[in-house]
Design a binder for this molecule. Structure first.
Ligand code: NAG
Ligand code: NAG
Ligand code: NAG
Length: 130
């Protein structure tokens, strides 16, 4: 397995172990109602995760925001709901939503920014399965 694929594979496994739910790193998330699901963004090219923002494309509303302590000192305000948890690993960032419901369906944009303002953006389409 090429190294890049292997790293993605391990990120994928890490998220599965942590969340035990539906996981996607290819942009499509099919989740059963009531299950947990995770959005994974590979971050091996970043040294330090400074900010993670998740927007839902229904008016580009932010549904989650993580700010490192440095970012908070610069005025970034974390935003979270009790249904969302964040895991920051060496190779990936993993945003997990608990207890999926029909209102979670839609397109999400996840943006990860490091301390040098390098950003990685990924989109995910979440759909409920029967
Ligand atoms: C979703 O995650 C929570 C917290 O990790 C866990 O308690 C719960 O059992 C999970 N739900 C399912 C359906 O796996
Ligand atoms: C967009 O989605 C979020 C999260 O599901 C929800 O809280 C919000 O009400 C939605 N906004 C609109 C305009 O539909
Ligand atoms: C998601 O991003 C990919 C590549 O970055 C792009 O080709 C695709 O059109 C995007 N999908 C949506 C629903 O925006």
């Amino acid at each position: 397995m090429p190294l890049f694929k292997m790293i993605r594979f391990f990120s994928f496994i890490t998220c599965i172990v942590i969340t035990a739910g539906s996981v996607s790193d290819n942009g499509i998330v099919n989740v059963k109602e009531g299950d947990n699901f995770s959005l994974i963004v590979g971050t091996s090219e970043l040294k330090f995760v400074n900010r993670v923002t998740v927007r839902k494309r229904n008016g580009t509303q932010e549904v989650f925001r993580y700010c490192s302590r440095e970012e908070q000192n610069r005025g970034c305000k974390p935003f979270n709901s009790d249904r969302t948890t964040l895991y920051i690993g060496n190779e990936a960032v993993c945003v997990t939503f608990l207890d999926a419901n029909t209102r979670d369906e839609g397109v999400y944009d996840v943006e990860v920014i490091d301390d040098k303002s390098i950003r990685i953006c990924r989109n995910f389409t979440v759909a409920l399965t029967g």
